[in-house]
Ligand binder design. Structure first.
Ligand code: BES
Ligand code: ZN
Ligand code: ZN
Length: 484
């Protein structure tokens, strides 16, 4: 979908006009007359009165104007706008309604200075996932944003790039394991690495064994497809890098602690952390900020076979620490441990942020709308929370306390990956990961609940992958790291 902005109206096959609830159309007329042809404004005004349209959230009124220039028109209610997020949602609702009208060239007309939300809402709302040759139905080719506030091309391009990065992540996460194996994930990373200023290194299983990375290798040893660590480097400056680490478990069967029915089906989405990092790289390549970022993806499958690791096994990580496998389903932290240690030692980043669908406990605690954050540096977490707020994504801190650091110790090894009798599953995983980041400021994002919505879907995302945290991180990089 091509997107451009203008302060004047451009003829389109179908137009969505956004109206807030607390302002009557007649009070907005002056504004609308600066954008839309006068006859259309009068015609709309008439229809609004006839139909008693009041601009409530999700209210839609369809009009087929007689005046020239617009064949199909929908009025979309913005609600009371108590939360700016409503703009984003209304944009999603509008783009879907326009799709249904089978229009290819569409326009948004609005008076609120909320370009960011209109753009990202439209791109997110238009998203559909299809595999193979099946064409997306009623694809919209172009969207023109018409508003009295001038929008710079640079700002618009930034928004479009961030929103497209979200959809890129969604495609990766929605792809089932048969289409998104560790090998396929590597192929996708290589595709991203074709962009300007990015390079890629892949540590195959031979190299991982040489580096004694028994975490990622242990998890992957039950699969026919060998694990690999994929390292991307975006070099827009020579400063020390920020590191992003992603859990890329392409299928999590649970291993010998096999997941039951109702829990196993969506486990192809357990690589969402890696997909989040790739989405951010997609944005970096597109927007070329003057920053230095290293991304590490731990790509692996957690399967059952005669070769698979077993409960009771003891593995040794790349940093020499040992771990008792008390549950083969707590595999994510084992993969991340090796990735975190590798990036911390090799690249000496100024910060590390990891993304992982790590614990069911996070879903139990925070549900599907809130990402759980854990940290060793509260200010870093705070800066990510601010970025999330601007992007209408929700995050919440979960604590790591000294007791949890004690409880993850094992009698037979340095650590255990799961501790019987401790229910704070997300924080325990956080306490585990903390051992692998040295003293580098670090935030762990548990996206188990937010990355993939098994039921429902809403104005901004159909059922399935959401691309959560991609918007937040683009914002965070853009406003806290650029030019520093
Ligand atoms: N991939 C799962 C976590 C998960 C659960 C992601 C639900 C998305 C939705 C993870 O590997 C896992 O199985 N975690 C276990 C850990 C436990 C055995 C310590 C869990 O949370 O149940
Ligand atoms: Zn698991
Ligand atoms: Zn998992």
């Amino acid at each position: 979908m091509k997107i451009r902005a203008t302060t004047k109206f451009v003829a389109a096959e179908a137009v969505a006009i956004f109206i807030p609830e607390n302002k009557s159309f007649s009070s907005l007329k002056t504004y609308f007359k600066t954008i839309l042809p006068e006859e259309i404004v009068s015609e709309i005004s008439l229809r609004i009165n006839e139909a008693d349209f009041s601009g409530k959230k999700n209210e839609i009124l369809q009009i087929f104007p007689k005046s020239k220039g617009v064949k199909k028109c929908i009025l979309v209610g913005l609600g009371e706008l108590k939360q700016k997020e409503e703009v984003r949602r209304a944009a999603g609702t509008a783009i879907r309604a326009l799709k249904k009208l089978k229009a290819k060239k569409v326009a948004f007309v609005f008076t609120e200075p909320e370009m960011q939300r209109f753009v990202s809402g439209a791109i997110a709302g238009a998203y559909e996932f299809k595999i193979g040759d099946t064409k997306e139905q009623n694809r919209i080719e172009s969207l023109v944003l018409c508003s009295p506030v001038k929008i710079s091309k640079k700002d618009l391009d930034q928004e479009v790039s961030a929103a497209e990065a979200v959809n890129f992540t969604r495609d990766l996460v929605n792809s089932p394991a048969g289409h998104m194996s560790p090998e396929d994930l590597e192929k996708s990373a290589r595709q991203v690495a074709k962009g300007k200023n990015v390079s890629i290194t892949v540590l195959d299983s031979k190299k991982l064994l040489k580096l004694k990375m028994g975490g990622i290798m242990g998890v992957g040893q039950g699969s026919e497809i060998p694990p690999r660590m994929i390292i991307l480097e975006y070099k827009g400056s020579t400063k020390e890098p920020v590191a992003l680490v992603g859990k890329g478990v392409c299928f999590d069967s649970g291993g010998y602690n096999l997941k039951p029915t109702k829990h196993i089906e969506s486990m192809f989405s357990d690589m969402a952390g890696a997909a989040t990092v790739l989405g951010i790289f997609h944005w970096l390549v597109k927007t070329q900020p003057k920053i230095h970022v290293v991304g590490v993806l731990g790509a692996v499958e957690n399967m059952v076979s005669g070769q698979a690791f077993k409960p009771g096994d003891i593995i040794t990580f790349g940093n020499g620490q040992t771990c008792e496998i008390t549950n083969t389903d707590a595999e994510g932290r084992l993969v991340l441990a090796d990735c975190l240690h590798y990036v911390a030692t090799k690249y000496k980043p100024s910060k590390i942020i990891d993304f992982a669908t790590l614990t069911g406990a996070c879903v139990a605690a925070l549900g599907n709308e809130i990402t759980g954050l854990m940290t060793n540096t509260p200010e870093l977490l705070q800066s990510i929370s601010v970025a999330a707020e601007d992007r209408d994504e929700r995050v919440w801190e979960l604590p790591i306390i000294p007791l949890f650091r004690e409880k993850i110790k094992s009698e037979v090894a340095d650590l255990q990956c799961w501790t019987a009798g401790v229910s704070a599953g997300s924080s325990m995983a956080g306490a585990f990961l903390e051992n692998f980041v040295q003293d580098i400021p670090w935030v762990h994002c548990d996206i188990a609940g937010t990355a993939y919505h098994e039921s429902g879907g809403d104005e901004l995302s159909p059922r399935g992958a959401t691309g959560s945290m991609v918007q937040t991180m683009c914002e965070w990089f853009r406003f806290t790291q650029n030019n520093k």
